[in-house]
Design a protein around this ligand. Structure first.
Ligand code: KG4
Ligand code: ZN
Length: 340
């Protein structure tokens, strides 16, 4: 097979990342400069601060990615970049850097949807088989996506309010946990028991949509009420109860979608919240009932934002000759339909 090398960029939120990917399936380098510490004191990502950090980091990230991969610009076949969804100012840094490299080295430019990239992180485990279903759970999105063929993404269910990761971060704040709180809430959850019986919104509805804002409010109200009457609640049990409610709804909807789409060959779990141990364990157990469905979990270190996942998806677009022009702009609310 001819060697295809893609230089990929990701800067949609608070990670500046540049990667060199071979044939969409092998990571030669994946540099991730995280800004988490700068945002922690604000309890979330401050868009303007994020853009400034991206500008400071991006050139070093390119140099490091190229040198670590041991390749030169003349070895590259294309440049890929996340152009949405995400924070507009943050996206623009990656888009501008990618366009500059593409222009300077006469390389095709491949625009990539960030969410499609998250799904393709699973490509580093094994080739994606079609049709497949992806449960995509991140800080900004919670979606069930049907993949009929390479490069085709159809959302069959999504959150009507908060994303799962966003709910983790908000309740984590109430527990005094630094942003992003998901990993620590997950750890606490494993030490506690589901004693609070928080609501499982839309769990009995036929739709594949989700809702997490009611759960978040129930959690916050419970903690505030206890504070007012001077009662201290068990943090581990609070975390376990919250996580049980999130995992129940995510797992039940996913199982229902697998029942509704019996032709599906793989279930792909991707996005930052895909690192959640409770969710991984629960879906592994549920999948026992589906002999013909293979469970493909994005590797833990590729669940969060990174450019290697963008390079994997870009390879599919490269094969389909989906190239962008040098007037490519960031699209903060990019949707999948655009790519269909
Ligand atoms: O995909 P991602 O890195 O960024 C977005 O595109 O949003 O996801 C970040 C989200 C954060 O909300 C973070 O709290 C959550 O993923 N997260 C987790 C875990 N690790 C990260 N949520 C639950 N359990 C985890 N282990
Ligand atoms: Zn993301």
């Amino acid at each position: 097979m001819e060697r295809n090398l893609i230089l990929a960029f990701e800067s949609s939120c608070d990670e500046t990342s540049v990667s060199v990917v071979e044939n969409g399936s092998k990571i030669l380098s994946n540099i991730v400069a995280t800004q988490i510490k700068s945002h922690q004191r604000f309890g979330g990502v401050v868009p303007e601060v994020a853009s400034r950090h991206h500008i400071e980091q991006i050139t070093d990230c390119i140099d490091l990615a190229m040198s670590k991969a041991g390749v030169g610009y003349s070895d590259l076949n294309a440049v890929a970049v996340t152009y949405g969804p995400g924070l507009v100012g943050a996206l623009l840094i990656g888009v501008t850097a990618a366009k500059t490299v593409a222009y300077a080295h006469h390389l095709p430019l491949i625009p990539v949807n960030h969410m499609a990239g998250h799904i393709y992180a699973a490509r580093y485990v094994k080739p994606i088989e079609f049709p497949s279903l992806a449960l995509l759970v991140s800080g900004g999105h919670t979606e069930l996506v049907y993949l009929a063929a390479p490069g085709k993404f159809e959302i069959i269910g999504e959150t009507r309010d908060d994303a799962a990761g966003e709910a983790y971060d908000k309740i984590g704040r109430v527990l005094g946990i630094n942003y992003p709180a998901g990993k620590e809430v997950d750890r606490l959850a494993h030490l506690g028991k589901d004693t609070f019986n928080f609501p499982r919104a839309m769990d009995d509805s036929e739709s594949f949509d989700f809702s997490f804002s009611g759960l978040k409010s129930a959690f916050i109200n419970t903690v505030h009420h206890a504070d007012q009457i001077g009662e201290t609640l068990n943090r581990e049990d609070l975390a376990a109860s919250f996580q049980a409610a999130v995992v129940d709804v995510l797992a039940d909807k996913t199982v229902r979608a697998l029942d509704a789409y019996p032709q599906v060959k793989q279930l792909i779990l991707a996005g930052g919240v895909a690192a959640n141990q409770g969710l991984r364990e629960r879906l592994t157990a549920e999948l026992q009932a589906f002999d013909s469905v293979e469970f493909v979990k994005a590797p833990l270190k590729l669940c969060g934002d990174n450019a290697a996942m963008i390079g994997a998806e870009a390879y599919v677009e490269y094969q389909q000759q989906h190239f962008g022009k040098l007037d490519l702009n960031a699209d903060p609310s990019l949707e999948f339909d655009f790519m269909a």
